[in-house]
Structures are given as C-alpha cells and as structure tokens.
Design a protein around this ligand. Structure first.
Ligand SMILES: Cc1cc2nc3c(=O)[nH]c(=O)nc-3n(C[C@H](O)[C@H](O)[C@H](O)COP(=O)(O)OP(=O)(O)OC[C@H]3O[C@@H](n4cnc5c(N)ncnc54)[C@H](O)[C@@H]3O)c2cc1C
Length: 493
C-alpha cells in the first residue's frame, strides 16, 4: 500500500498546482494520474492576469514568459474587453497552450519533490476516522492518505464515489473543436455568429489552426464518437465552408452544461478545479479558476496537517464556492449572448455600447481575470481586506516587489513603518509568519478592478496573497492583528 499525507487524484493543472503548494509547505503528497503520458492536446489557450501573478508569486513565471503571446484584450462572449489598464503587472491575456502550462507546472512541482504516479486510475475509495484509502487500477493497487483531493476533472470519479451532489443546468448546445491544417486559411476569426450558430478559426501556433463551432439547435450524447467529418459538417452548416481542413491533430466536443458541487469538502475528501465546477469555456476561466482553487486550499490543508484547527478547511468552501458560482453565472450569460438571431444581435450591440464605458469594461475585466476576487476575511472594512495584495515595489531585504516575498508560500506580515508594536503583537506566530520590514514608495496603491487606497502601514498577507489584516493609522491595533493571526494561522505558540 502506497502512503502519503495527501493523495491527489488527477495531475492536470489543478492537481499539479495543489501538489506544489502542499510540498512548498513541507507536506508529503502523491499525485495519482490516469494518463500514462503527459497530455499533448490543449483545451485551454490562455490564462489571465491573476493566474500569471500566482505563477510569479511561486517563482516559475519567468520560465514560462518566453512561450506567452500577450494580447491586450480579453472577451465577454466575443465582445472585446480592454484589459490593458488593469492594475497588475500582467495587464494582458497570456496566450499559451494548456500542455505548455502543464509542463511548467509539472517541472515546478517535481522540483519541489512532488511524486506523480502515472498510469494510475482511482476507481474506489473508503474513508475512516484517520484517512482515506483509494483503490487503484494500473501501476499500483491501493494508496492511503490523511486527505484525498479530487482534481480529476469534469467527470470526476472522486466526486461520484464520495457522494458529492453536482447540481446545475444541462447542455443546451453542442460545440466542436478540431486542431487542423487548412488549405484555404482565412485571417483569424473569433466567435463569428451566423444563422445556424457560431464559429472561430484561431492560429494558436504556426502550422495549424483551431476550428471551433457552436450549434444551439442540437445536443449530442456526450459519449458519442466525434471525428473530423463532424466538424467539417458543422462548419458547412454554419459558415458554408470548411476552409479546406485536413490532417487533424485533435478533435473534441464540449458543451455548456454548467454544474457545481454543492460542497467542496466532505470529511477528508475535497474537490478542486473542474471536479468541483464545469461550465462553457466562455472567456477562458476554467483552468484559471482551478489553479486559484488549489492556491486557496493548499496552505490551509498544510496548516491543518500541521495542527491548525480543522475548521480552517471549511473556509475553502466558504471562499471558493461563491467564486465558482459566479463563473457559472457569467458563462451561462455569455453562452446565451452568443446565440444566433437578430434579437441577440441587438442585445450584443447594447452590451458592446455599455462595455465602451470605462467603469463597465473594468468591472467585467476584473471578473474575467479574477483580479477582483475578494474573500470575506472580517475586519474593519478597509478596502484592501480580502483582496489579493497589489504587487507594489518595495525595498526589503528579500525582494523588491511584494509578490516576490511570497515565493516560500508562507504568510507575510509586511511592516511598512508600523513600528515596534507590530513585531511584539505577532511574536507568538514567529514560527509560522514571516515579518518583513520594507519601504514602499508606491502611493497610492491601485485596487482591481479600479480604485485606489493610500499605502497602508502594515498588511498581513496570507500565502495565497490575500490580505487578512491592515494597519493604516498611527497605532497598531494589536488585538485586531492577533485575532487575524489566530483565525488564519492558529493560536499563538
Ligand atoms: C475548448 C476549451 C477551451 C478552454 N479554454 C480555456 C482557457 O482558455 N482558459 C482557461 O482557463 N480554461 C479553459 N478551458 C478549461 C480548462 O481546460 C479546464 O478548466 C482545465 O483543464 C481544468 O483543469 P483540472 O486540472 O481541474 O482538470 P483536467 O485538466 O481535466 O485534469 C484532470 C486530470 O485528472 C485525470 N483523471 C481523471 N480521472 C482520473 C482518475 N479516476 N484517477 C486518476 N486520474 C484521473 C485526467 O487524466 C486529467 O489529467 C477550456 C476548456 C475547453 C473544453
């Protein structure tokens, strides 16, 4: 029997991110992955600013950047959003294929000591008072861990075996995807709406194109075979041409079924990524959301394994379920907005007009990039509370930017001139929280999606970069700081 503190089912982007986060915190982790080889096909073609920031916070973004094509727009149902003014160091959509992202995540995770067991499928599970035992098919037969996290994708076996409810709305359309060569390639086209549906022709990488179709008048059995001829027929119905497609590398089907686990944790079993939420890939949010689930969960699970109160794990559901719910809502809205018909054309024109207003553009761009995600961390209502800390320039021993201070995945109490009372109040957490004294010349701090706030005198930053406490007055509220430290990092030692 294989053993590990945490078992992760699925070595996709969510599983790999979570595994790296846990290893960073010193947790022993084993990833069980059904595929014998790394996936070469790529569903996702891009990631947004918040995910870029996360990769930067953990120090592997620089290795990825040469493979990234920067686009200064994102979209809402094919209506362009200007992201170039967002308050982030990455005000662009990073076009990079999923298999490349997974390679970088895998290298980072393995570099931290993550074990990935391939050709290993989770087929059964049993939970008892101290752990979870999984039955495996493939390279091993069984494994046991104190916790099991299902990162095993939209059809998650873990979700089904552990009895999670997965309510939502069924598919109302059929979308097809083919990565092909084209003998008559057009200029790239994105979400072109016609009488019978919509299509896109995208040139992700030299030598081949991605052709995608959506037909709103048919729902195909999700297990039915799909081939190049299905995509060709759909293109002929919608666009009247197939642009001479041939030599397929990958053909796939997806839909707008939108479902979400009603709880993200049942005892010692948790869900993250597509295993917890599925939706139409409108706006390119799924992989991003999964990575962000993982970064929210990793440090909490590590803390609980290290002795923190177990209810910390419940904040994973409390914080991430509403984020997933919002993604489902906005993708449903985007899907219907992409439907054919004159009425929808009129509605799209109205929406496009509204998006022309800076504040409306910023609101949607903040949502699609997830830069505006704010968790309820309590406190006095300071505008920074619950948001991810901005990556402002600082002069500190260990770094020149705030996000660089998060490389070790540990909480940081950033002292920007709060004085001696701060260290004293936090002294009981010195083993778990890094106190960093720094100078900050950036003034004011810009907040997503738009807005600003005076630079604070101190901030308590969780390992996932979200702000848990702020001091901006003359005096440090020691009781408030101790309450925040206790809530997130356990009692003083
Ligand atoms: C056409 C399309 C375009 C998309 N574009 C974007 C985009 O631009 N941006 C974006 O953010 N998202 C996009 N997405 C969504 C994105 O691809 C997914 O959200 C993302 O892959 C989810 O990652 P995951 O790790 O949660 O799940 P997955 O990537 O599905 O990984 C799950 C892993 O678990 C393994 N597994 C499954 N069952 C078992 C088992 N029983 N035992 C062991 N292993 C198992 C699988 O082999 C797989 O490796 C797109 C999706 C589609 C369909």
């Amino acid at each position: 029997m294989l053993t590990s503190q945490v078992l992760i089912a699925g070595g996709g982007p969510t599983g790999l991110m979570l595994a790296g986060e846990l290893r960073l915190a010193g947790v022993d982790v084993l990833v069980l992955e059904r595929r014998p080889e790394a996936m070469q096909e790529s569903r996702a073609g891009g990631i947004h600013a918040r995910t870029m920031e996360i990769f930067d916070q953990r120090g592997f973004l620089d290795a990825m950047l040469p493979e990234v094509r920067r686009l200064n727009v994102a979209h809402f149902s094919g209506l362009w959003l200007d992201v170039s003014g967002l308050p982030t160091r990455h005000p662009y959509l990073a076009a990079i294929l999923q298999h490349r992202i997974e390679r970088h995540l895998g290298e980072w995770a393995r570099g931290l000591g993550v074990r990935v067991l391939r050709d290993t499928e989770v087929v059964g599970l049993r939970e008892d008072g101290t752990g979870v035992e999984v039955e495996l098919r493939g390279a091993a037969t069984a494994a046991r861990g104190a916790y099991l996290v299902g990162c095993d994708g939209g059809r998650s076996t873990v979700r089904k075996l552990a009895g999670f409810a997965f309510p939502g709305t069924p598919a109302k359309l059929t979308s097809l995807l083919a990565d092909v060569e084209l003998s008559e390639p057009p200029a790239p086209m994105f979400q072109v709406r016609r009488e019978h549906g919509s299509f896109s022709v995208l040139d992700f990488e030299p030598g081949w194109y991605r052709v995608m179709t959506s037909e709103f008048d048919r729902v195909v059995d999700r297990d039915a075979e799909v081939g190049l001829e299905d995509v060709r027929a759909a293109m002929l119905r919608i666009a009247g041409t197939d642009f001479g497609m041939h030599s397929p590398r990958w053909v796939s089907r997806f839909s707008d079924a939108a479902r979400q686990a009603s709880e993200y944790r049942r005892g010692r079993v948790l869900l993250a990524g597509d295993a917890a939420h599925i939706h139409f890939p409108a706006g390119g949010q799924g992989l991003n959301t999964g990575v962000q689930d993982a970064v929210n969960l990793g440090w909490k699970l590590a803390a609980v394994l290290g002795g923190a109160p177990e209810d910390l794990l419940d904040t994973y559901h409390a914080e991430r379920h509403p984020v997933g719910e919002r993604v489902l809502r906005n993708t449903r809205a985007q899907t219907i907005l992409g439907a054919p018909g004159e009425h929808m054309t009129d509605l799209r024109e109205t929406m496009a007009d509204l998006i022309g207003i800076g504040e409306a553009n910023a609101r949607l761009a903040g949502m699609i990039t997830a830069l505006d995600v704010r968790y309820d961390v309590g406190g006095d209502g300071h505008p920074l509370l619950g948001l991810r800390v901005p990556d402002v320039d600082v002069k500190a021993g260990e770094g020149t930017r705030v996000h660089e201070l998060l490389r070790r995945g540990r909480p940081v109490l950033l002292d920007l001139g709060a004085g001696a009372g701060l260290r004293e109040a936090a002294s009981g957490w010195a083993d778990r929280v890094d106190v960093v004294t720094a100078e900050c010349a950036d003034e004011p701090w810009r907040l997503p999606p738009s807005g600003e706030v005076a630079a604070p005198r101190a901030v308590l930053i969780r390992p996932d970069a979200h702000v848990a406490w702020v001091a901006d007055g003359e005096r440090v509220d020691g009781d408030g700081l101790r309450a925040a430290l206790t809530r997130w990092f356990g009692p003083a030692s």
